[in-house]
Design a protein around this ligand. Structure first.
Ligand code: NAD
Length: 435
């Protein structure tokens, strides 16, 4: 099938390359000419495992190309909209400027029978706002939210846990066409859920609200553990054995971040308020507040461990990305902790395997270095992103290069006993300090 993908960021670039890899003819369109040039040359503008290989294979096969010119969507019959929906400046609601612009830009090229597929995460009611214009051109609209996880984006796109299509009443043609687009995933077992627009839009934000709540729930337990001497990691293991609860997303730590969860729960709250149902999701404000408090707690822990002040103390901050296997620093708790410590006068040296370039763009005032440079003569080490290379650090070896063996494990991802046995003072979140 001939497909266009409008917006080639974390979602769109992976979507375009993945659709080409299953045999479709795909053009990715983005207004960012530098991104288009990079993608066209087979260089991924983001760090995402498996994407470079997929890009190169797609370009070589001739089934994948990129363009900064919207008229290149001509000839495609299915158009995915994958532009950003960031938090609006000075508000908690979603900024729909990019989505609205993408629809407006696409309109002149829409032909009768085409399908427009919204993938961006949007406030409930957005599809309804656009469906009239799309149908006036004899085209169809589907809202097909995306659930990919950065770091696993290719796998999640090719083999999604489920596909959700929000369609206009009785639009069988749109359903059949999308089933063709996703034939490989469906054959491999991905279930398809067809709904109205509102349900499809809500499925996405409800899923993110649930995940955020689960993380903040265990972080709330961590806060209680901290004042009672309990251990939140054992608590999580114990309640996680209950199949109704499950162990996933119960890792207490510095909390969630990234370009989705934080802004999605805020936008959901704002939209519910507009709909006169603010009280239904008012708990999400508490979820957000618990999450943000954990960043403060990490800074507090570092301060406590350094005897009450971080001023002029060298702090090695290991990790800047909001999660491992990503270079994404949007609303990253790790970067936030580095910035806060730096603001308190600590001599922060921050490091990350993939996210230094993006961090530097946002926070040029920070000092960045290699892991070795960060650790050398450090007064404290803070692990804020659970990259495998940090989890695998040898506590005895690191002990030899730091000034003071103090480690703050803001992800509870290190082996606390091994670090304590190697002579470290180990402080995690929601657990007792060990030494
Ligand atoms: P992003 O900022 O990485 O990418 C958005 C891209 O759209 C940018 O490259 C931008 O230049 C381009 N763009 C903006 N306006 C355009 C226009 N009019 N025409 C063509 N291109 C345009 O954002 P992202 O992380 O890919 O997120 C996109 C959407 O997907 C958001 O709604 C997000 O909530 C949702 N989403 C993201 C993820 C994720 O893990 N990143 C997962 C699920 C859903």
């Amino acid at each position: 099938m001939k497909i266009s993908v409008i917006g080639c960021g974390y979602l769109g670039a992976v979507h375009a390359a993945s659709l080409a890899s299953v045999g479709h003819d795909v053009v990715g369109v983005d207004i960012d000419a530098a991104k288009v040039e990079s993608l066209s040359n087979g260089r991924s503008p983001i760090y995402e495992p498996e994407l470079p290989e997929l890009l190169r294979a797609g370009l070589e096969s001739g089934r994948l190309r990129f363009s900064a010119d919207m008229s290149d969507v001509n000839g495609a019959t299915v158009h995915f909209i994958a532009v950003g929906t960031p938090q609006r400046l000075g508000s908690s609601s979603a900024d729909l400027t990019y989505v609205d612009q993408a629809f407006a830009d696409l309109m002149p090229y829409l032909a009768e029978g085409d399908i427009v597929v919204g993938k961006s995460t949007v406030p409930v009611g957005t599809a309804q706002r656009h469906v009239g214009n799309v149908q006036e051109r004899g085209a169809h609209l589907v809202w097909n939210p995306e659930f990919l996880r950065e770091g696993f984006a290719v796998k999640d796109t090719i083999e999604p846990d489920r596909l959700v299509y929000g369609v206009a009443d009785g639009d069988e043609y749109a359903v059949e066409t999308l089933n063709e687009v996703y034939a490989t995933a469906i054959e491999a077992g991905s279930p398809v859920i067809v709904s109205d627009f509102a349900t499809a839009e809500l499925v996405k934000v409800a899923a993110n609200a649930f995940l955020a709540t689960k993380i903040s729930f265990i972080n709330a337990m961590a806060e209680i553990a901290e004042v009672t001497g309990a251990d939140v990691t054992k608590l999580a293991d114990a309640i996680g054995h209950d199949k109704r609860i499950g162990r996933k997303f119960l890792n207490a730590g510095v909390g969630f971040g990234g370009g989705c969860l934080p802004k999605d729960i805020r936008a959901f709250t704002a939209r519910a308020e507009e709909l006169g149902r603010g009280e239904s999701v008012a708990f999400l404000k508490e979820v957000d507040a618990i999450n943000l408090r954990r960043r403060e707690r990490v800074v507090e822990l570092v301060t406590e461990e350094l005897g009450g002040s971080v001023f002029q103390k060298k702090v090695a901050v290991l990790g800047l990305a909001f999660k491992p296997n990503s270079d994404d620093v949007r609303d990253s708790p790790a970067l936030d902790v580095a910035v806060r410590l730096n603001g308190l006068g600590a001599n922060v040296v921050a490091t990350d395997p993939q996210a230094m370039q993006n961090s530097r763009r946002l926070h040029p005032q920070l000092v960045y270095g290699t892991t070795e440079e960060a650790l050398a003569d450090a007064d404290a080490v803070v692990v804020v992103t659970e990259w495998p290379e940090y989890k695998e650090l040898d506590p005895a070896e690191v002990h030899r290069v730091v000034r003071t063996p103090i480690v703050i494990d803001a992800r509870n991802c290190l082996d606390a006993d091994a670090w304590a046995d190697a002579g470290w003072e180990y402080a995690g979140l929601g657990r007792q300090v060990r030494n």
